[in-house]
Design a protein around this ligand. Structure first.
Ligand code: ATP
Length: 374
C-alpha cells in the first residue's frame, strides 16, 4: 500500500475561478485540502462543485488562479501529467474486459508486464478478489463502482477525485458504499476530494466539508462543527433543518447574550453568535428541531430553570418511528419544527394543545438577521 509513500502534500487552490462567457460558475476561491484528508465539496446542483473538482483534475482550465499539489504548481499541467485520478458517477468500465483487466489497465498502459500482485492487492482492497474473472455486467452497481475505484487507485495517485460516485446507486447501497469508501481512504491514506449534493453523504464520510452556494464556499469545517455552528441560514438549512426566531439584543450576562424575543427572553452563548452583537441589534436565533423539548402548558412548572422557552400551539404531529415530529405555531415563529423523543404519550400533545417549547441555551446559535432565511 501507499501509506509509507510521499502523499504529495496539500491541494491548494488560490484565487481559482471559472467563467463561461459572462456567467461565473466558480467565484475566486481560496481553499486548502489537507493531505490525507477526506474532503467533501457539498452543494446543490449548479453551485460549481464539479467545476472546482475538474479544475483540480486539469479537465477544466481556470479563468484565474492557481492549483498547487504540495509545492508543485500544476495549473498548466494536462490531466495525465497530474498525480491525480478521477472516479465518475458513470463507472466507465470496459465492458469487454474482465474485472482483473479493467483494474490492470492503467499498469499495462504504462508498459508494466507483471501486474498480478498489484492488481490482486487492489482487488483485495475493494473486497472483490473473488470477482476477478467476471465481466462488469455480472456485478452489482456498488461492485462496479468499487472496480472503478480500484482502477483509479492502481497507479497510486496522490489525490483521488470523486464526482458524485454514488449517485447512480439506490439508498441502501449508497450507505454501504459511503462506509466502504471511507474505509478505503483510511487504508490507502491519500487525499480524497468528493463531490456530492447529499448532505448525509458528506457528513458521513468527510473529515472536512466545504459547503458551496452560488460558486462560492459558504462555510468550511468538520461535519459536526458545521451542523452545530452554521454561519448562515443556507448552511443551517442545507445541513438539516433549523427553526429561526428574530430577536433583539438586550445585553450580556457573563459569556451569554441576552435577547428579547416577543415578551420573553432567550439566552445565546456569545461564542455561538456570528452576528454583530451591539445592543439593540437584531439576531436570527437558530435551534435544531431535535434539541427542543415539548411540555404541555399545564405542566410548565416542571420545566427546569435556565432553559430557553417559548410558548406555542401544536398544529400537527406525525409519528416517524424513532420520534414524533411536531409542527408548533408560535407568535415568534410560524411552523416551528420539533422532533421529540421520550415524550409522555398521554394523548394531550395533539393539534390545538397549548405547549411550551424549551431547550438548553447552549444549543442555540445566532446569525446575522439581515440575511434571508433560505
Ligand atoms: P451538478 O451537481 O448539477 O453537476 P455542480 O454544482 O457540480 O452541479 P457545475 O457542474 O460545477 O455545478 O456547474 C456550475 C455552473 O456552471 C452551472 O450553472 C452550469 O450550468 C455551468 N456550466 C458548467 N459547465 C459549463 C460549460 N461548459 N459552459 C457553460 N456553463 C457551464
Amino acid at each position: 500500500m501507499t501509506t509509507a509513500q510521499d502523499h504529495g502534500g496539500d491541494v491548494r487552490l488560490s484565487g481559482i475561478s471559472k467563467t463561461y462567457g459572462s456567467f461565473t460558475a466558480v467565484q475566486p476561491l481560496d481553499l486548502t485540502v489537507p493531505q490525507g484528508s477526506f474532503f467533501a465539496l457539498l452543494g446543490a446542483s449548479g453551485c460549481g462543485k464539479t467545476t472546482t473538482l475538474r479544475m483540480i483534475a486539469g479537465l477544466e482550465e481556470p479563468s484565474s488562479g492557481t492549483v498547487h499539489l504540495g509545492d508543485q504548481d500544476v495549473t498548466a499541467l494536462p490531466p495525465y501529467k497530474r498525480p491525480v485520478n478521477t472516479v465518475f458517477q458513470s463507472y466507465a468500465l470496459f465492458p469487454h474486459l474482465d474485472i482483473f483487466e479493467n483494474v490492470a489497465f492503467g499498469l499495462r498502459r504504462r508498459g508494466i508486464k507483471s501486474v498480478k500482485k498489484q492488481v490482486g492487492e487492489m482487488l483485495d482492497l475493494v473486497q472483490l478478489g473473488e470477482q476477478a474473472r467476471k465481466k462488469p455486467h455480472q456485478l452489482s452497481g456498488g461492485q462496479q463502482q468499487r472496480v472503478a475505484v480500484a482502477r483509479a487507485l492502481i497507479n497510486h495517485p496522490k489525490v483521488l477525485l470523486l464526482d458524485e460516485p454514488l449517485g447512480a446507486l439506490d439508498l441502501k447501497l449508497r450507505r454501504q458504499m459511503q462506509l466502504e469508501l471511507k474505509r478505503i481512504q483510511t487504508e490507502v491514506g491519500i487525499t480524497f476530494v468528493h463531490v456530492t449534493h447529499d448532505q448525509e453523504e458528506a457528513m458521513t464520510m468527510a473529515d472536512t466539508v466545504a459547503v458551496m452556494n452560488g460558486g462560492r464556499v459558504e462555510q468550511l469545517g468538520a461535519p459536526a462543527d458545521l451542523y452545530e455552528n452554521p454561519g448562515t441560514t443556507f448552511v443551517a438549512n442545507f445541513l438539516g433543518t433549523s427553526n429561526f426566531i428574530e430577536a433583539e439584543i438586550g445585553g450580556t450576562s457573563g459569556d451569554d447574550i441576552v435577547l428579547k424575543a416577543g415578551d420573553g427572553k432567550l439566552v445565546l452563548p456569545a461564542a455561538r453568535c456570528t452576528a454583530p452583537t451591539t445592543a439593540g441589534g437584531k439576531v436570527l436565533v437558530g435551534i435544531r428541531p431535535e434539541k427542543i423539548s415539548l411540555t404541555h402548558a399545564d405542566d410548565a412548572g416542571q420545566i427546569p430553570e435556565g432553559r430557553n422557552r417559548i410558548t406555542g400551539t401544536i398544529a400537527d404531529s406525525s409519528f416517524i418511528g424513532v420520534s414524533t415530529q411536531y409542527v408548533v405555531d408560535s407568535p415568534l415563529c410560524d411552523s416551528f419544527e420539533v422532533y421529540a423523543q421520550n415524550i409522555e404519550r398521554d394523548g394531550r400533545l395533539t393539534p390545538g394543545a397549548e405547549v411550551v417549547l424549551h431547550w438548553n441555551p447552549a444549543h442555540t446559535f445566532g446569525l446575522d438577521a439581515t440575511q434571508d432565511v433560505e
